[in-house]
Design a protein around this ligand. Structure first.
Ligand code: RFL
Ligand code: PHB
Length: 394
């Protein structure tokens, strides 16, 4: 088999890249280790920045998102038992975020890919990447007991944090930066109306909580828990009880509870790989970087990476220049580090760090008090939350 770009991974990065390339007439094959259903079963991101919705508009995979997605012009920060609204729309001159689940984005992209007759090979086993330091990279995989080979011009490593692409780079050619947080997020999905029409980020002495949503009838809630806790250790009842204790009296009283339809614990990590290009192989999305979910940046960074990558590849094929390819890693990393900084800062502000003691809690509350009461403070939170423009600072 031959293609121009072999994309490893059919998560949001791989699928969106496939669509952007297809729009410019560039041929790509996607190889995915799992089944499509498995990929859709992972409940993850919920908040899309305008940069991401613009990209979905650009590829025309936007109909359901505009019908069913919820436009949010603000969110609440809760501390010392009181909620304070960050008015994103007013502070940023009209910008919003879109609440539309990663599952839905992925499903829409998969449907568009199928409708266009583009090749995605699911359940591709033992994917290996070869010769990406030459002009003729190759990818091998196994299926039905046979080994298959794809010859390509480029490999796009969109295979997430545990993927094969980053792991195939010689150790001396790569630098990794990592911080692991001493807690995780226990998430629950339930068919109950959200406690509030916008998101609520809560700093409480008992730990962080987040009230999010997928629709007016489906809620997504998270609790900060010790890394040693497993989802099975938490009954639904225990979850709801703990969430109530971390919310303000009004939200706590109006919280509607019900059976969970998904429950899982996610660890929190800050992680960046430098560079993001190795000869003719590029890393994009979670394969190259991870942010703690507090700032809702992971999927949005994946989207901006593949925008930069598709532009570089389009320039290569249409204008016969390698300038975009050479600039790829630097352009991405500048944006990545800004989002990493914001996500790390917001995580530090909102979570309980037992080692920082009661004085740590007091410092957080004083900073939150400053942020919600200062125009400059609120604006800094708001412009980072809605997402900086693609070419900010260039
Ligand atoms: P993915 O989604 O991990 O997809 C990678 C795909 O590659 C496949 N794969 C392989 N395929 C073939 N061969 C191999 N050897 C392979 N190894 C792996 C995998 O099966 C998979 O299908 O990475 P991608 O596409 O880069 O997308 C990144 C996003 O998934 C991630 O950044 C976000 O989910 C992060 N995130 C959030 N991001 C936001 O922008 N806003 C949010 O509100 C938000 N909330 C979250 C989140 C992540 C969370 N968790 C669970 C980590 C909330 C949570 C709880
Ligand atoms: C979600 O709805 O899953 C979600 C929302 C906001 C975040 C993280 C996750 O910061």
């Amino acid at each position: 088999m031959k293609t121009q770009v072999a994309i490893i991974g059919a998560g949001p990065s791989g699928l969106l890249l496939g669509q952007l390339l297809h729009k410019s007439g560039i041929d790509a094959i996607i190889l995915e280790r799992q089944t499509g259903e498995h990929v859709l079963g992972r409940i993850r991101a919920g908040v899309l920045e305008q940069v991401t919705t613009d990209l979905l508009d650009e590829v025309g995979v936007n109909q359901r998102m505009h019908q069913e997605g919820l436009v949010h012009g603000g969110f609440d920060m809760l501390f010392k038992g009181e909620r304070h609204r960050i008015d994103l729309r007013r502070l940023t001159g009209g910008k919003n975020v879109m609440v539309y689940g990663q599952t839905d984005v992925t499903r829409d992209l998969m449907d568009a890919r199928r409708a266009a007759g583009l090749t995605t090979i699911y359940q591709a086993g033992h994917v290996t990447v070869h010769d990406f330091d030459s002009a003729r990279p190759r990818v091998r995989y196994q299926q039905d007991g046979l080994t298959h080979e794809i010859e390509c011009d480029f490999i796009a490593g969109c295979d997430g944090f545990h993927g094969v692409c980053r792991a195939s780079v010689p150790r001396g050619a790569i630098r990794e930066f990592e911080k692991i947080y001493p807690f995780g997020w226990l998430g629950i999905l339930s068919d109950t109306p959200p406690v509030h029409h916008e998101l609520v980020y809560a700093n409480s002495q008992r730990g962080f909580a987040l009230c999010s949503q997928r629709s007016s009838t489906r809620s997504r809630y998270y609790l900060q828990v010790p890394l040693t806790d497993r989802a099975e250790d938490w009954s639904d009842e225990a979850f709801w009880q703990e969430l109530r204790l971390r919310l303000d009296p009004q939200a706590s009283a109006s919280l509607v509870t019900g059976p969970s339809i998904e429950k899982s614990v996610a660890p929190l990590r800050s992680f960046v790989t430098e560079p993001m290009r190795f000869g003719r192989m590029f890393l994009a999305g979670d394969a190259a970087h991870i942010v703690p979910p507090t700032g809702a940046k992971g999927l949005n960074l994946a989207a901006s990476d593949v925008k930069f990558l598709s532009s570089a590849l389009i320039e290569f094929y249409q204008d016969k220049t390698e300038a975009g390819i050479d600039a790829y890693s630097g352009r991405c990393l500048r944006r990545v580090w800004r989002a990493e900084r914001f996500s790390w800062w917001f995580t530090g502000l909102m979570h309980r760090f037992p080692e920082n003691g009661d004085i740590g809690q007091k410092f957080q509350e004083a900073e939150l008090d400053y942020l919600v009461n200062s125009e400059a403070g609120s604006l800094s939170v708001a412009e980072n939350y809605v997402g900086l423009p693609l070419n900010f600072g260039e």
